[in-house]
Every structure is written in structure tokens, then in C-alpha cells.
Design a binder for this molecule. Sequence first.
Ligand code: CUA
Length: 188
Amino acid sequence: MTSGTEQHDLGEAVAARVERRWATLSIVIVGLLAGMAAFIGIHQATMPQGRVETADPRTLHVSGEFIESNLGTAIEADGSVTVRAIGQQYSFTPQCVVVPANTPVTFRATSADVVHGLLIEGTNINTMLVPGYISELPIRFSAAGDHAMPCQEFCGMGHQGMWGKIKVVDQATFRGMMATRRRLTCVD
Ligand code: CUA
């Protein structure tokens, strides 16, 4: 038979062994997570979306899809509508966007400088505009009316003044407004 002291020593030894095992496991887990974070950071394995489109913020105004004359609302061959916009400190271009109600609308936007946010109040449109990347979101407005479009990412001292507007009009009004134009905005 073992004495009380021997039993006590045995219990202590078991506890110490279990503690050591658990400490080793914890260190392995922490090391694994740190390793994964380092790998993802080094190889830039994280991207904002599964499907990534890029746009060079330095040449946005010079050429390509986001050149100023191509911004605003455009009608596609299938009758849907595409809105192209840029966020920059501290405004959106165009500042006022017109779209038709009950029509599929695709927003395509990017940033010319820092990270901005694009949020359309009363809808589920809420995304970041990251320089270098194009954010694309589909939406369908069910009724005519105005929606505020604030920047919802802190982008500098003028952030709180960065607001745009979405004007939803009925389809006939939209067709009339669009009749003589290739791109439409409601900026005066
Ligand atoms: Cu742009 Cu906040």
C-alpha cells in the first residue's frame, strides 16, 4: 500500500504533466495562428471579395472605365442600368445619381485616394471603396424617391461632409432624362 505522502506526490506529478501538455498545446495553437496570419499577410492571400476587379487610382481620371465622361448612369443593351462613381476626399463624383425605379441597377465604384464607404440609406447597399479595387453591387429600387448616400468610412478631417444623393425616378421620367444623353447625373 502507498502512504498518503506518496499518493500526494503521485497526484502532483500527474497534475504537472497535464499542465505541461496543455501549455505545449497552447503554444502550438498560438504559433499556428501567428504563422497563418504571417503567411496571409506576406502572400496577400486576403482579398476584399471573391471576384476581384482592379482599377489604378493614379490613372482613374486619365483613362479607362472611371474617366470623368463615363461616370454617372448608363443604360445597357439589356435595359438594365449601370452607375459608375468615384469617391475621393471629400465628395463623390457624381455627387447626385439618377436611377429608374423597378429596374436592375448595378453600382460600380472605386476610390481615387483613401478608403471611403458607400452607403445608400433605406437600402442594403453598404460597401467600402478601396483604392485599387472596384466595388460592384446590384440593387433594384421599388419606388421613386430620394436617398442620402453618406460616406460611412472615416476618411479624414472632411469625412462628415462627404455626402452624395440618389434620386430614384419612374421609368418614363428616366427615359425622358436619358433621351439626349449617354451618361446621366443630377448634378447641376
Ligand atoms: Cu470619405 Cu468618409
